[in-house]
Ligand binder design. Structure first.
Ligand code: OMP
Length: 270
């Protein structure tokens, strides 16, 4: 998907919500467990309930890999369902990959061509030659982990490296990569106070912001410091939406949560 099409959808729906499909058989309503493919059927119900209120879906690949071949099939059916029925939705393979160049090329093929995702999350640790293979794909986007939402982010990301913190180094160095206009960055909603400085380095890049809802990040803070003229934000919530209820009303509860976030987002968009 082209970035301008994503921005068009955001403006049209007054939403920059990304629904995280972190589907766990231990958490989905019990009635799904009797079905042939409970993960796909649950995802389908969540997509139907929430698609009006969001502009993106992010299946976290770990939740599919955990079930082996069956999980991969559920993932494939989910991305195909999205691409066939809701091609206007931006799709994110939350895979957190990255390896030497020829291996990264194979990861890119897996997620951009075999499973037709619009974007993928990538760990930048291995540097330029591990990231650039993903950037070769036209109209695909590579979302680098910059400042993550978890407690362990202080172990390396906020430590100083030469003259600045490592996460700032990731932002400024990656801007020099070939096809850097296809880069986006992950910044945790729990790290909203850093957004002002982040915007000084990447004033226009899209940021994927997970960590509102279950992890306690504030949407208001994220918007205050992170929003650009082009919006520049995709805010993800996974558990807070998809497990809003574990009863038979799960779809309505998910829709209500997504709508609540969308309505809050609308107040920040002009
Ligand atoms: O790359 C991510 O999506 C990600 C980065 C990060 O810094 N923090 C983070 O929580 N995530 C992912 O975002 C989702 C957050 O889920 P909830 O906390 O349930 O909304 C999970 O799939 C995480 O793996």
């Amino acid at each position: 998907m082209k970035l301008e099409d994503l921005v068009y959808q955001i403006r049209k729906k007054k939403s920059f919500l990304c629904v995280g499909l972190d589907t766990d058989l231990n958490k989905i309503p019990k009635q799904f467990l009797q079905l042939e493919d409970p993960i796909f059927e649950f995802n389908k119900a969540i997509i139907e309930a929430t698609q009006k209120f969001c502009v993106a879906y992010k299946p976290n690949i770990a939740f599919y890999e955990a079930y082996g071949l069956k999980g991969w099939l559920s993932l494939e059916k989910t991305i195909n369902y999205l691409n066939e029925n809701y091609p206007e939705q931006f799709t994110i393979a939350d895979a957190k990959r990255g390896d030497i160049g020829n291996t990264s090329t194979r990861y890119a093929k897996a997620f951009f061509e075999e499973l037709e995702f619009d974007s993928i999350t990538i760990a930048p640790y291995m540097g330029k030659d591990s990231v650039e293979p993903f950037l070769e794909f036209k109209d695909k986007h590579t979302i680098l982990l910059a400042l993550t939402s978890n407690a362990g982010s202080v172990d390396f990301q906020t430590k100083s490296f030469e003259h600045q913190e490592l996460y700032k180094e990731v932002l400024s160095v990656s801007k020099t990569y070939d096809n850097a206009e296809r880069l986006m960055y992950v910044v945790g909603a729990t790290k909203a106070e850093f957004l002002k400085q982040i915007r000084e380095i990447v004033p226009n890049s899209f940021l994927l912001v997970p960590g509102v809802g279950a992890q306690g990040g504030s949407l208001e803070e994220v918007c205050k410091y992170g929003m650009t003229d082009n919006v520049g934000l995709l805010v993800n919530s996974s558990r807070g939406i998809i497990y809003a209820s574990s009863g038979t009303d799960f779809a309505q509860a998910a829709a209500d949560k997504a709508k609540e976030l969308q309505e809050q987002m609308a107040t920040f968009l002009n």
